[in-house]
Design a protein around this ligand. Structure first.
Ligand code: ACO
Length: 181
């Protein structure tokens, strides 16, 4: 890796303030405090944090990046038409990525790539999991390039999906298929 001191770990309760702050700083959308509570307590949400262990005392375990995700039943998802069902597998699921972010000073070092790889590795280990998917606002070139580079497939453009300050913005829906989907 480009950055040997970057370490990936689960998000925990004392990450709460920093997690909220980074979300406020880098996303145009406001997330509710219930969301952050679910993330740090691991309630229905799975997450990974990136920290830089080479930072001085007090900062070496502070979040510099994160990815949050949840399980969605494939049949209840908006991409259920794209999944090839296998009746022997039981209740098939997908992982939906809610948020992904890296603080500005740590960008372009492969941290987001590693965070997404953690999600894919985890999903691939679950035989019932058929893919990882997400929405991204249509003008977010950095994120779009990242998902394309990681072999996600853009399967849909959703008109007016996001409402930000009374303005509608399109979204792309990206999917990474796994386990034979
Ligand atoms: N321009 C073009 N391509 C880019 C850019 C960019 N600015 N940033 C990343 N990429 C692509 C490149 O292809 C890169 O691969 P390469 O280095 O082999 O060329 C690949 O993505 C991996 O880049 P990383 O270094 O892993 O990405 P980084 O750690 O800088 O994080 C991220 C990218 C998460 C998009 C960051 O810019 C960010 O936090 N932005 C603000 C928040 C955001 O937009 N989050 C995603 C929204 S979608 C969602 O949350 C579901």
């Amino acid at each position: 890796s480009l950055c040997p001191s970057i370490y990936y770990r689960p998000i925990k309760p004392n990450d709460l303030d920093r997690l909220e702050q980074i979300h406020r700083d880098i996303f145009p959308i406001k997330y509710e405090s219930e969301f952050f509570q679910s993330v740090v307590n691991g309630v229905d949400i799975i997450s990974w944090a990136a920290v830089d262990r080479s930072r001085p005392d007090g900062h070496c375990d502070e979040l510099i990046g994160f990815v949050t995700a949840k399980f969605v039943l494939a049949k209840d998802s908006e991409i259920d038409d794209l999944i090839h069902y296998d009746s022997s597998k039981g209740e098939e699921t997908l992982i939906y990525i809610l948020t992904l972010g890296v603080v500005e000073t740590y960008r372009n070092r492969g941290i987001a790539r590693s965070l997404i790889s953690e999600v894919i590795k985890y999903a691939s280990g679950l035989s019932v999991c058929r893919g990882v998917y997400l929405h991204v606002i249509a003008h977010n070139n950095a994120a779009i390039c990242l998902y394309k580079r990681l072999m996600f497939r853009c399967v849909r453009r959703l008109h007016g999906f996001y409402l930000i300050k009374r303005q509608h913005f399109d979204a792309f829906l990206f999917v990474y298929f796994i386990n034979g989907s």
